[in-house]
Design a protein around this ligand. Sequence first.
Ligand SMILES: *[C@@H]1O[C@H](CO)[C@@H](O)[C@H](O)[C@H]1NC(C)=O
Ligand SMILES: *[C@@H]1O[C@H](CO)[C@@H](O)[C@H](O)[C@H]1NC(C)=O
Ligand SMILES: *[C@@H]1O[C@H](CO)[C@@H](O)[C@H](O)[C@H]1NC(C)=O
Length: 401
Amino acid sequence: MSALTRPRRVLVAVLILVFIVLFARRDNSSREREGSVEVLNSTLGFQEIFVVNLVERTDRRDAMTLAAAVTDLSFTFVPGVRGADVAEKVLPPSERSKNENWVGKTGSWRAHMNVLQRIVHENITSALIMEDDADWATDLKSQARSLSLATQSYLQPLRRSPSHSLSTLHARAPSLDDENPVIALRSTPAVLPPRTSPYGDDWDVLWLGHVGSHLPTESVPSGVEPRSFLTLFVANDDTVPAPHRLKRHPFAKDPDRFASAFPPHTRVVHAARGNAGIQAYAVSQRGARKLLHRFGLEEFGASYDLMLRDWCDGVGGGHEMEEGRKGEGGPVCVTTQPPIFSQWYSSGGSDIHGIGGGYFRGTGSTYIRRSVMLNLRRLVAGKGASEGLVDQWPDEGKGAW
Ligand SMILES: *[C@@H]1O[C@H](CO)[C@@H](O)[C@H](O)[C@H]1NC(C)=O
Ligand SMILES: *[C@@H]1O[C@H](CO)[C@@H](O)[C@H](O)[C@H]1NC(C)=O
Ligand SMILES: *[C@@H]1O[C@H](CO)[C@@H](O)[C@H](O)[C@H]1NC(C)=O
């Protein structure tokens, strides 16, 4: 060192600093590219996309086919099931109230069991399962890209301590001296690259289409703690409507809780908690096996969406799950708010129940801004995003409904 003159020493120090800054940047920017290629393919980085469709709903098959074509998605229809065609004796042995109408519920339950059975039978690594009246944004692929980065950061082993992921580090309720469990995606630590799915290796369900979820720190009636208290957020996501627009249906009095907890246009990713509705959800092979076992064989005591909600929450049903929920074998369900798939209401309405108890006769979908269904005519005519697609939920002025 004594050989270096003072100005040289300063120069060396400056060079070292420049290297550190450059390397730090490169590390982050390369992480931002990770997972970005596979999720852009026509199955969004899942091995398959399945769409559940009752054969007589040819109208929905037409709409889905066109919507997928103009947003470069490929999927396989799987036939829906009528409740009347499900024999009583095949239902898992659960307590079921005699006063409820089970016919609609058994049909939907069986249709989802059939998809899960196929995923298990064909050993499909991961699949997205959608209802046939789903809507999504024309920006779906860029949403999938940012989602995959978030789920990787949430689920993958940390480079600096591979026996943990960021979500397992935050498995306990935060106390004062803990690190804040609310973390910006851009400042998450580096993780090991996934091997089985661009969304990460250790998940059962990615709940991507719903009508509302709860933040891990919000209380839910069951009182059961989430598997992880971690919430990752992505700031300035232009596909997220303004806070006052973030409502599960047009008549909802208040916006969803997360809308006021974060700055406008923030997307959050966290453990699924009290999720309502299954417009779209992805399952891993492991998740499909667990769900088929649980709901194909062991339990059918409510509609499938409610059972899935409780399963992800770790409430109700088997004690073996209660014990396992924070460790090996417990369900790992991750969700995002706002959802990236939503129900498209057209004048035909839902087969189960219309929005607002069936009195609503509007056309549109909650949460989705540049809706593919709303813009279908323009997109089919070959117009692109630059040519004035309608924003269903603009920040200012009147929304679509
Ligand atoms: C999309 O990527 C996933 C993950 O690599 C892969 O399993 C799937 O086959 C790909 N889809 C298509 C249509 O190539
Ligand atoms: C299912 O796929 C996994 C991973 O691709 C493979 O390791 C396993 O052997 C397959 N199982 C069957 C029954 O084919
Ligand atoms: C890069 O990542 C580190 C954590 O690995 C974080 O502290 C830093 O803020 C990030 N830098 C930028 C420019 O986002």
